[in-house]
Design a protein around this ligand. Structure first.
Ligand code: ZN
Length: 225
């Protein structure tokens, strides 16, 4: 049995590299994948220590990549990340988005991904002006999830890392996508184990939350609009 101490699974103990509990950390097994584009992962604060988050692992595996925490309307890091030459492909299904294809892969291409719930992503898109200067793209129809760690708005929708892998396939980076999926296949059983352990602890011990260490030092999200 792994990690019998509930504190092992608390949010404050999660690995900063892979966001899994320390006993389940896969950081030394993440397969580095070089890509002909830069991944810009804009991550909502609530995803930073979520065991069901997969964007962090994708950002750790892909090179080059940047993982930027969403901090509201103004974020100089996001503006700087999107400012270079080459197109910024925003993987987000706005009405004007079109299906991503190998023709989108140009020198200096950036793949911009919002790592958040759909509701949070809608707010991020509305708040972050630089995103509206990106080329919005969608995944080809038919990409099916291999791993489902959280409920999606409709069946067949992909988690962040699997969506990135599907976009890589569509760009023609199939070998690189396979490398990312190999890392996910290592990480996801551990994430499922952690989710099951956390759920069981909370179900069996009504004081679990009260006994857990203090939450991470992130300010509560401002309620917006
Ligand atoms: Zn780790």
């Amino acid at each position: 049995m792994i990690g019998v101490d509930p504190a092992e699974y608390s949010k404050s103990r999660r690995c900063a590299g892979c966001r899994l509990p320390p006993s389940l950390c896969i950081c030394d097994q993440i397969e580095p994948v070089e890509t002909p584009f830069e991944l810009i992962l804009i991550q909502h604060r609530s995803e930073v220590r979520s065991v069901s988050n997969t964007g962090t692992i994708a950002a750790a595996a892909l090179e080059p990549s940047q993982r930027i925490i969403y901090e509201g309307t103004s974020n100089p890091r996001i503006e700087a990340a999107l400012a270079g030459d080459g197109p910024s492909l925003l993987l987000y299904p706005v009405p004007q988005a079109r299906e991503i294809s190998p023709a989108d892969l140009e020198p200096g291409t950036r793949l911009v991904v919002l790592d958040a719930t759909w509701r949070q992503a809608r707010r991020m898109y509305r708040k972050l002006g630089p995103l509206r200067g990106c080329r919005a793209v969608t995944l080809p129809a038919g990409a099916a999830p291999r791993w489902v760690l959280r409920e999606q708005p409709s069946p067949g929708m992909l988690g962040t890392a699997e969506a990135i892998a599907a976009a890589m396939d569509a760009l023609g980076c199939t070998d690189e996508a396979a490398g990312l999926r190999r890392t996910l296949d290592l990480a996801m059983p551990r994430a499922l184990h952690a989710l099951a352990k956390i759920t069981l602890d909370e179900a069996l011990d009504p004081n679990f939350r009260a006994c857990a260490p203090a939450p991470p030092p992130y300010p509560p999200e401002q309620e917006e609009e």
